[in-house]
Design a protein around this ligand. Structure first.
Ligand code: 2BA
Length: 110
């Protein structure tokens, strides 16, 4: 068995969960926070048979969109500002999904 850990944007989660359920996949949804932007995102745990991994990745590709997000360069650096410095905006591309596929040594439902 494989465990797919997918970090996705909150806006895409409902569509993604529906798409996964339609294809017969189970998922666990966890609230998470991105370490860089410090904004909420969602982490899904999806346990599947090895031959189903590509199918799940296709659903993630289809349902999760890349979005541009403007951030303050200072906020991104996590620096405090003692004096006023005009905000410098930077654009980052967030999403569709950050996906890890791991081997599962043992899987049991007890
Ligand atoms: P965040 O860490 O909040 O990152 C949001 C977006 O900011 C990233 O989008 C990326 O475009 C940008 N970014 C992240 N770190 C950066 C840096 N050091 N310098 C410049 N820009 C940076 P995504 O790559 O689509 O990542 C979306 C979310 O996926 C991340 O939110 C984080 O929660 C998760 N993630 C991404 N890579 C990861 C990794 N290697 N391990 C664990 N989680 C990861």
């Amino acid at each position: 068995m494989k465990l797919i850990i997918a970090v996705v944007q909150d806006q895409d989660v409902e569509k993604l969960l529906r798409g996964l359920l339609e294809k017969g996949h189970s998922a666990t949804k966890l609230a998470s926070t991105g370490g860089f932007l410090r904004e909420g995102n969602t982490t899904l745990l999806i346990g599947v048979e090895p031959e189903e991994v590509d199918n799940v990745l296709d659903v993630i590709r289809e349902k999760c969109k890349k979005r541009k997000q403007c951030i303050s360069a200072f906020a991104a650096m996590g620096k405090s500002m003692d004096t006023y410095i005009p905000p410098t905006m930077e654009e980052v591309s967030v999403g569709g999904g950050t996906v890890f596929v791991m081997d599962v040594e043992r899987f049991e439902k007890i």
